[in-house]
Write a protein that binds this ligand. Sequence first.
Ligand code: SAM
Length: 274
Amino acid sequence: MTLTATSFDWVRQVVHRESAIVLAPGKEYLVEARLLPIARQMGLADVGQLVDNVRTRPSPENTRRIVEALTTNETSWFRDGDPFTALTTTVLPALLAARGAGERLQIWSAACSSGQEAYTIAMLLEDAMPNAAGRVSITATDLSREMVERTRAGRFSQLEVNRGLPASMLVRHFTRAGSEWEVNASLRRMVTATECNLAAPLPRMGPFDVVYLRNVLIYFDLPTKQAILRRVRSLMRPDGWLFLGAAETTLGVDDSWERVVLGRSSAYRPLKGA
Ligand SMILES: C[S@@+](CC[C@H](N)C(=O)[O-])C[C@H]1O[C@@H](n2cnc3c(N)ncnc32)[C@H](O)[C@@H]1O
């Protein structure tokens, strides 16, 4: 049995309800490809049977597996480069000048996937300032439990380290662990990974000086983007910095942000009084 229109619609609704991710018509192939391994693990012949099974006997665990399978976890080290250059050249000096010596800087990698973004930030900070671990905390969050566990583990395959991690940084910040590479303990101490659904009320966190909310708003509809930007802003310091993905912007979405050009990149800052 292949995926019927009714089954596809059911998956669409569940994924939207649980994560706000929009699966547009035409994404049937994606649903089939991502859910087939789960169907097989459950001893079912195809995705149609999986949907029937979970519809008639709903369980939070199976719903979670379906939703997580439909998240896209594409990521890499220093993704797009410029938002990370801007951190060390502009944002960090501005924050260090504005904050007292004993004040902790708080950075959020929202939708962190397997952790490359959070550890990219951690490496840059460790290289840029003495006692970074004592001065900075990085909160890494994702909807996907599997991604949060991967971030916590801080272990990466050779294929993964090949995607954007300079050799000098690999040597300085990682230790070989069998066929994988493990992030050094000083970086892991800086990063706390936890589950968080951006589309639901956010837990008490922050206030954050810098937020990387990159390559995730693209999956949501306009009202969801607006609600997320509002919630993220409420967890930021008034002089904080927000980095979005290259294809994302607050312009035309939420006018309570000011866009600031930083070299070849840009960041968004809460507009005063907005
Ligand atoms: C394409 S990855 C982006 C990773 C990283 N920020 C980067 O730019 O490389 C998108 C991530 O968003 C997560 N995600 C999707 N919907 C989410 C939601 N409602 N709340 C939190 N995270 C979500 C996915 O699990 C996935 O890991």
